[in-house]
Design a binder for this molecule. Structure first.
Ligand code: NAD
Ligand code: ZN
Length: 372
């Protein structure tokens, strides 16, 4: 069972790519690759993922009639979004002799996708990359949209390029081996997307929340597909983040990024879920949320098994310096993405007292406590 659709970038332009979502997509992958007619293939992965999923990928490629593809296996973790890892990759590409007609296959989570995508963007001034995401977060978020990045000197995503993929194959079977905590973090981003997308994704998420939380692939499939379709629509309308549409996808990320910095043990999606909770409270305080929306959103968050507050209370002073540093801070002050209703959100500034109130609503609770 699989769904295939096309992402169009800049309407009418001869760019865009295929997205395939489903279970057991070996045939679909080799078909898509045949359409791309690569002069050669090169796989990028990390050690965890390569151990679990590289042999099956290699078998599928062999089965599909492709010559053996060299692979570069990175250390797992954010540390691989580094100039050092990039240089290793470039050198492996050189050794493999990948030419301009070649295709890079990014087999892994968002880390592999970001660094492999950047390597592809810069190798010979740009070769094609096909994303084979293996985490829930990468499937619903990072593999689509063409943003690639490296960290530098402790600053996340400091160096990067827009490099839309030539294809994206989200095979849910790869999630079988994903640790439950990583799955839950991905569901944090799925929650965010369902609130932003509104119907039909929101109701679909409510209906499949229990299954998705338990890792049931058939429950996750419609969520992944819906999140991808929403992001695809946003990216098609605002590829380069110039119209404020793509910025709405940063719902929960203002506080999320500050939390990640203040509590390095938090995963990105975990911090985002708490950040979405703060944004919902802020919307409520500012009178921007339509009646019933915030309780409905929180009920879904709980049904997805998300932890909507830090595991131990956090002082506002721990967050302030990081909030102040938020790169989206414009001349008008910190821009918040405020959720207003299903599929409705806006970018706005907020007064200090409301922000403080919303932060205190969420951050002073312990992770186990249910919001009011
Ligand atoms: N480019 C974008 O638009 C975009 C969007 C969101 C996030 N990101 C980036 O994505 C990164 C986070 O991605 P992530 O959450 O996927 O983290 P990750 O890539 O570090 O993967 C998380 C962990 O799970 C392991 N893993 C991955 N797939 C597995 C599988 N199927 N089975 C078992 N283990 C598996 C990895 O080895 C790693 O240890 C961050 O660097 C973030 O900045 C980029
Ligand atoms: Zn995110």
């Amino acid at each position: 069972v699989s769904v295939r659709f096309r992402v169009e970038l800049a309407p009418g332009a001869p760019r865009g790519h295929e997205v395939v979502v489903g279970r057991g997509l070996e045939r679909e992958l080799t078909e898509l690759l045949r359409e791309l007619a690569p002069s050669g293939l090169f796989v990028v992965s990390d050690r965890n993922v390569a151990g679990l999923h590289l042999p099956a990928l290699e078998a599928a490629l062999r089965e599909g009639g492709f010559a053996a593809a060299p692979a570069c296996v990175l250390e797992p973790g954010e540390g691989s979004k580094s100039p050092a890892a990039l240089v290793r990759l470039w050198e492996a590409l050189l050794a493999a002799g990948l030419d301009r007609g070649g295709v890079v296959l990014a087999l892994g989570g968002g880390v592999v996708g970001d660094v492999a995508g950047f390597a592809a963007a810069t190798w010979l001034r740009g070769v094609r990359v096909v994303h084979l995401p293996t985490t829930l977060l990468a499937m619903i978020d990072s593999a689509l949209g063409g943003k690639t990045a490296l960290d530098l000197g402790g600053a996340k995503n400091q160096v990067g390029a827009f490099h839309p993929p030539a294809g994206l194959v989200a095979d849910l079977e790869r999630l079988c081996t994903l640790p439950a905590r990583e799955r839950a973090a991905g569901l944090g981003e799925a929650w965010k997307t369902a609130l932003l997308a509104g119907e039909p994704l929101l109701s679909r998420a409510e209906a499949s929340a229990a299954g998705a939380r338990a890792g049931d692939l058939d429950a996750l499939a419609p969520l992944v597909e819906g999140c991808l379709r929403h992001k695809a629509a946003v990216v098609a309308a605002d590829e380069r983040d110039e119209r404020g549409l793509r910025a709405l996808l940063n719902l929960g990320h203002t506080v999320g990024h500050a939390l990640e910095a203040a509590r390095p043990a938090l995963l990105h999606g975990e911090a985002v879920a708490i950040g979405v909770h703060v944004a919902l409270r802020l919307s409520e305080r500012l009178g921007r949320a339509e009646p019933g929306f915030v309780p409905r959103a929180l009920t879904l968050g709980h049904a997805l098994g998300l932890t909507l507050a830090p595991d131990r209370p956090l002082e506002l002073d721990e967050l302030r310096p990081w909030l102040a540093r938020d790169k989206k801070r414009g001349a008008a002050g910190l821009q918040w993405v405020l959720p207003r209703g299903p599929g409705r959100a806006e970018l706005a500034t907020a007064d200090e007292a409301s922000v403080q109130g919303a932060l205190l609503d969420v951050l002073l609770r312990s992770g186990a406590a249910r919001p009011r």
